[in-house]
Each structure stands twice: as C-alpha cells, then as structure tokens.
Write a protein of this length. Structure first.
Length: 319
C-alpha cells in the first residue's frame, strides 16, 4: 500500500508540474509524460472495416465533438467491425460531462477533463460473426485507440526508464461463442502496444505489447513471433512479456487494477531477441525510437467486453 501511495503521489506531483520534473530517485533525470493529447481534446480520425491501406479505409470520418479546426493525433481502429462510429446510425450524446459515442456494436466514452475513457464492444450485436464463429486466418474485430505516429520520437538511448502506468477496470467479459468456442482461435484481449523503430529506416521495427487482459489466462503468456494470422499482418517481430511481469494481480470483472512498471529493460530484451531471430539485423540500439502506439480491444472471437481506463500515462525518464 505504501508503494502504491507513493506512485499515486508522484503522479499527482507530475500532473501539477506538467510532467517534466526532476526525478527525486535518480539525480539528473527528467520525467516526461510522452503520450500526446492525453485528454483527447483534438478528437479522433475514424477507420473503416478493412485495415489494408490500399482500400482507403484508414480515414473515413472524424470524432470532433461538434467543433471545427481540430487536429487529431489519435485514430480509432475499427477494423473487422460491421458497425462504425462514422456511419449515420451512430449517435453522440453528452452524459454527465462525458462524451458518449455508440454505433450499435461499440461504445466509446471520453472524459476530456480527466482523460478517462471506456471502450465497450459487443461482437454479437456488431454482427460480423453472425454466420458463425471466426475461422482460422479470418479477420477479427478491433476497437482500439491509436497514435499512428508520435509527433516527436523518443529515443531509447536517451532514457533511464520507461514506466507504463494504467488505472483500469474490466467491466464486462462475456463469452458469446457458445459450443463452437475454441481457445486456440477465439479470445478477447485488451492490449497496449508500441512500435519500436529504427529511426534511420522506419520500415525496420518491432511490436512491443502488454496483453493486459486475455480471457484464456489469469496472466497472459509470453509471446515472441512474427506478426501473422491474417491478410493484413505486418510480418514484423512481436514480443509480449508474460502478464506476471507487469501485473500485480489478475484482471477480473469489477475489480480495480493498477499497472505501474518500468518496461525499458524488457524492451531492450525484445530487441535483442528480435535480432537473434533474424529481424532488424542491421539496426543499432542507439537508433531505436518509439514511433506509434495503440491500446484497446482485439476480439478474434465473439465476446461482449468492456474496459474503463481512469488514468493512462507513459512516463519517460530522460537522461
């Protein structure tokens, strides 16, 4: 409890100081919250069903809160969904100061005062799996908040630490697959990913992810492999540490949880492992930077799920 209280106190101090403060535990280190537009005040770009760029489905509309002249850095990935927040049947209301967007299958809640948000998706209501559960190599539902490109790239060589901080609660976790459920094909996962790229050649990169929730396990399993499983896969290396590395307790419906971990050593390990397996062979560590990020749901199965996020920060301790 004392450790948690100290973490919360440090975050409060950081908020009042603009998240660029001297780190008391490490002399000469400046701490900076590096996620841009953390309260989503500039709105979102909306995507369509197909994530392949050649199908022009990466920018089909905006969430702009009814305002003009916004410049979104965030995008909402809706790949694999039949319902869409850009369609005419989507609704926008303000409920107790919270912006609420619904399209029949998905619900997004944004608190622009605090940066809190909710991502809720009902795969059965969306209808994409109406003819049966997902089959191998078929696309799957995404409902993610994404920064396709950070306005400024943070170089790993300049960091003493990189702390992931998330206060959250799983609000729903219903398996709708029925008798055809196959855990090898069907799951509901809440994921937090960044891309770590060679800044001299950004075509060379790896995915580093924290699988915060996976319905199949109390703690997600370590994963290290090439991105695959569907037509729009990137073929880049993916590394996910086991959930026990970054979570203090399993994620259960209705239980508040806090993630607070320095993941920089694990990211370094992921890069070394990628090179051992033949990826990014000509990349040097000093050229690595954080170039993009996403957080949210991937549903390679029929599930009704919800996540409330109360506080999200990515804290870089800069030398």
């Amino acid at each position: 409890m004392k450790k948690l209280a100290a973490i919360i106190l440090s975050i409060i101090i950081c908020m009042f100081a603009g998240c660029a403060t001297e780190n008391g535990g490490q002399k000469g280190v400046k701490e900076e919250q590096i996620i841009p537009d953390i309260h989503f005040e500039e709105g979102f770009v909306l995507t369509g069903f197909d994530s392949r760029p050649e199908y022009n489905q990466r920018d089909i509309g905006r969430i702009d809160y009814g305002q003009d002249n916004l410049s979104p850095v965030w995008r909402i990935g809706q790949w694999g969904c039949l319902s869409n927040l850009a369609y005419e049947n989507a609704t926008y209301t303000v409920e107790n100061g919270v912006d609420v967007f619904r399209d029949g299958g998905k619900e997004l809640k944004i608190n622009r005062q605090t940066g809190a948000y909710s991502l809720n998706v009902n795969a059965a209501a969306d209808g994409v799996y109406a003819d049966g559960v997902r089959q191998e190599n078929e696309p799957w539902i995404h409902f993610i908040l994404e920064i396709p490109q950070f306005p400024e790239f943070v170089k790993l060589k300049d960091l003493e630490y990189l702390t992931y901080y998330l206060e959250f609660q799983l609000t729903k976790g219903e398996n709708q697959c029925g008798a055809d459920y196959d855990p090898n094909l069907h799951s509901s996962m809440f994921l937090w990913y960044i891309t770590v790229s060679d800044l001299t050649d950004t075509s060379q990169y790896l995915w580093f992810g924290l699988p915060i929730y996976d319905n199949r396990h109390d703690y997600s399993l370590e994963f290290a492999a090439q991105d695959g499983g569907k037509e729009d896969s990137t073929d880049a290396f993916i590394y996910n540490p086991g959930g026990e590395i970054f979570l203090d307790m399993p994620v259960k419906v209705g239980v508040n949880n806090v993630l607070s971990r320095d993941m920089l050593p694990t990211i370094k390990y992921a890069f070394e492992l990628a090179q051992e397996r033949g990826f990014m062979k000509n990349t040097k560590f000093e050229n690595l930077g954080i170039t993009s990020m996403y957080i949210g749901w991937e549903l390679p199965g029929t599930f009704n799920v919800g996540m409330d996020v109360y506080n999200m920060q990515l804290l870089a301790g800069k030398k």
